[in-house]
Design a protein around this ligand. Structure first.
Ligand code: ATP
Ligand code: MG
Length: 760
């Protein structure tokens, strides 16, 4: 069993415990994912049939990497394991069983855009105020209901829900929900939440199906268990009910999807559901230096709600965590890019050793700009997927219609693209006629003159074209069918004729999609190679899944949410400012704020060797320059582990505003102060403490302590830590650190620059 040599005793014990329920709730980087990987390998090595194993991961990428590792230990058996995200695994299962719940096996998966488009049509038909019934809001409500397994009937009958909706003046939500479900059903489509909702329905209503999968999946494993919602929890519980060979791993401190319905309760329920549960503790972090682990611990210690853990690292102490202050978002980008350039040349690092993590997608702009200026190659993860591009969605809509002509969103998308004289009015008439006659829009188009007035002749031609695609797709390879459809739909010609740079780009993207389909057609490891198979999970793919250059040497940019489970030698967490991180939306409740803090914990625990945190004192938001306060999270970090980099000087267009006693920046319409050559100007004296002090004034009376007044022995009050006494002061201005004994939480070292203290 030498393949188990790379595990510590506790990890090994968890791997060897293959029978019965197992739970590992442990800190970041402690090897939870590694335990799952080795556990699967061990199961196969112990003679368990790989077809009997189900592993649920957080991303498709994680599943792929795990499979590669298992393949390394066990060989090609790894191929047979059912492994992937909840959505992709259960989409696959539903394709096999869909007919039992009244869906075609080639059902379409509606992505978020499709769902919104269905809702927009419904809201329009119902003449509802689109502010009160904002599409995103309505979709979130429906999504939350589905993830709590509340169907539309129950939604309409539940007094509490109805009272809430009516109280908010949104009494029509129940009817919208019902119509939405019926529309999706008519279109033979499931949205993302349906993939879980319908799986639950299937397993609940069809004991024979449940039984089949309970016996198929004799061993279940779930990574990132803290982020499962109720619907996912119940699927796992149902499937594991017979054999109870279930192993879940997670970290409550990294639960960051409560807003999507993930529920810490699932961890607590697990203990109740399986009284003979074996719990394993993993405490050693193998990922990060001691300083990084200490910083992470000091951050999460501020959360009231958490299962206490003792995470430690035996790696080197490592560098202190660098806190960088910039005067603008663009300058922040520049500082990050400069650091990358420097560290790469002095430490011999590769581009792919660096990752930049941010709270919101919008922050990538200033980072990208700075990277581009330095010719640093980068890749944004989790951004707009290749498959979300308009031209790709258009062609795919033709494929969708070919396999499921009832797919209404696909129909609406391409019925008049390329233009064939079918206007919006005609489309509206088709939909109305379909509703009236309880048939699908495609059935209307098959006999247009029977159902609608003034039907353009091109309608029948369109229907005939789709039918010809259907015949073709049955008999040809995926590639031949796809190419034929691209040509005969007129789409390829339309794009070819557009000679603009964008047009060329779109044409190339279609070529790339076709190349991808060709590769798929030529694969030797799968038997079913029709275009329908290629299409199946396309809605679930992200841009990370279609990465030709997987091993390309690029800096990674992503939101913190997408960074879960990953690790990088050097990490930059940017935008540590109030109202950005923590986000403004999180400031109303303790639980939301604690979720933001967990997000910060996730961010810093991605770093292996070096971690930098940055903030800007001004930033463009919605086109206006605003001043920003450093994040409260900075104040919470134990200052022992921090090193400040205040080397940045204000940009040329900045000026010192005496009235505000702070730096200001002249609004620059381009939002870019660095595209202009910078000449050395002597900036006004940097009054660091006062700048921050001014920026830091909070609603209560707590201010940044005035370092010249503070003396050992003084009594102070901190905004959150309460009353305390100053035990020691060290360091020079402006980096004075105070060791303070707080009555409630004990001794803590604070950097006065950030500490919100008042002298009492
Ligand atoms: P996260 O909470 O971030 O998902 P995790 O608990 O899943 O983290 P892993 O990703 O499994 O942790 O492991 C973190 C790193 O530590 C990985 O690079 C892994 O290979 C390494 N590692 C884990 N256990 C050991 C070990 N016993 N010996 C050497 N390296 C280990
Ligand atoms: Mg992990």
């Amino acid at each position: 069993m030498d393949y188990l040599a790379g595990l510590n005793p506790e990890q090994k014990a968890a791997v060897l415990q293959i029978k019965g329920p197992v739970m590992i709730i442990a800190g970041a980087g402690s090897g939870k994912t590694r335990v799952i990987t080795y556990r699967v390998a061990h199961l196969i090595r112990s003679g368990v049939d790989s077809f009997n194993i189900l592993v649920l991961t957080f991303t498709n990428k994680a599943a792929r990497e795990m499979r590669e590792r298992i393949n390394h230990i066990c060989g090609p058996e790894a191929k047979n394991i059912w492994m992937g995200t909840f959505h992709s695994v259960f989409a696959k299962l539903l394709r096999v069983e869909a007919e039992k719940i009244g869906y075609p096996s080639n059902f379409t998966i509606y992505d978020t855009d499709d769902s919104k488009s269905v809702l927009r049509a419904i809201l329009k038909e119902m003449n509802l105020d689109d502010k009160l019934y904002a599409v995103n809001f309505v979709l979130n409500r429906i999504s939350a209901a589905k993830n709590n397994l509340v169907g539309w009937q129950e939604y309409q009958q539940n007094d509490q829900i109805q009272a809430d909706d009516q109280g908010g003046g949104r009494g029509k939500l129940g009817v919208i929900y019902q119509t939405y479900v019926q529309r999706c059903y008519r279109a033979g489509a499931m949205d993302f939440d349906d993939l879980l909702f319908k799986t639950n329905e299937l397993l609940k209503l069809h004991p024979d199906v449940l039984n089949k999968y309970q016996h198929k999946f004799k061993y279940l494993m779930v990574d990132e268990y803290q982020d499962t919602n109720f619907s996912q929890y119940l699927i796992v519980k149902r499937l594991a009910a017979v054999n109870e060979n279930i192993c879940v791993v997670g970290d409550d401190a990294q639960s960051i999807y409560a807003f999507r319905g993930a529920n810490i309760q699932n961890i607590l329920n697990f203990e109740k559901d399986y009284p003979d549960l074996k719990i394993f503790k993993l405490e050693q972090n193998y990922r990060s230096t001691q300083n990084i682990v200490s910083v992470a611990n000091s951050i999460i210690a501020n959360n009231k709600e958490q299962l206490k853990k003792n995470v430690f690292s035996e790696k080197e102490t490592g560098d202190k965590i660098k806190v960088m202050r910039a005067f603008s978002d663009n300058e922040e980008g520049k500082m990050v890019a400069d650091t990358i350039m420097q560290d790469r040349s002095t430490n011999g690092m590769k581009w792919h050793d660096f990752a930049i993590l941010y709270r919101t997608n919008a922050q990538s702009r200033s980072m990208e700009e700075a990277l581009r200026k330095n010719n640093i190659p980068y890749k944004i993860y989790g951004g707009l997927s290749f498959y979300q591009r308009k031209e790709i969605k258009d062609l795919i809509a033709y494929f969708r219609l070919t396999f499921n002509p009832n797919d209404e969103e696909a129909l609406k998308r391409v019925i008049n693209y390329p233009k064939r004289g079918i206007g919006d009015t005609t489309v509206d008439r088709i939909i109305v006629a379909a509703d009236k006659n309880s048939i699908t829009p495609f059935e209307v188009i098959l006999q247009p003159n029977r159902y609608i007035e003034k039907a353009p002749a091109s309608l029948s031609a369109f229907a005939a074209m789709i039918q010809s695609f259907q015949v073709l797709a049955k008999n040809q390879s995926a590639y031949e069918a796809a190419l034929y459809i691209a040509q005969h739909s007129g789409l390829l010609k339309d794009l070819y004729e557009d000679k603009s740079v964008e047009g060329l780009n779109r044409y190339e993207n279609i070529q790339e999609l076709l190349n991808g389909i060709k590769e798929f057609s030529e694969r030797e490891d799968i038997e079913e190679k029709g275009l329908d198979v290629f299409m199946q999970d396309i809605a679930l793919l992200t841009n990370d899944d279609k990465d030709k250059n997987k091993d390309a040497d690029t800096v990674s940019l992503m939101t913190i949410h997408s960074s879960k489970g990953l690790e990088f030698p050097q990490v930059f967490v940017v935008g540590l400012e109030e109202n950005l991180f923590p986000s403004q939306m999180s400031l109303n409740s303790r639980s939301d704020l604690e979720e933001e803090r967990r997000l910060f914990y996730v961010a810093v625990t991605r770093a292996e060797r070096k971690l930098s945190i940055s903030y800007a004192t001004s930033r463009f938001k919605f086109g206006t320059l605003i001043n920003c306060e450093p994040s409260r999270f900075l104040d919470e970090i134990d200052a022992r582990y921090l090193e400040l980099d205040y080397s940045a000087k204000p940009a040329q267009s900045s000026f010192f505003d005496d009235e505000r006693n702070a730096w200001s920046r002249k609004p620059d319409t381009k939002g870019d102060t660095f595209s202009k050559p910078k000449t050395a100007t002597t900036p006004p004296p940097v009054k660091t403490t006062s700048i921050l002090a001014k920026a830091h004034v909070v609603s209560k009376d707590f201010k940044i302590a005035d370092t010249s007044n503070l003396q050992v022995g003084m009594q102070v009050e901190h905004e959150r830590f309460g009353f305390g006494k100053v035990l020691n002061l060290e360091g020079n201005k402006p980096d004075v650190k105070a060791t303070i004994f707080f009555k409630e939480i004990g001794q803590k070292q604070l950097l006065l620059k950030f500490a919100k203290l008042s002298i009492v």
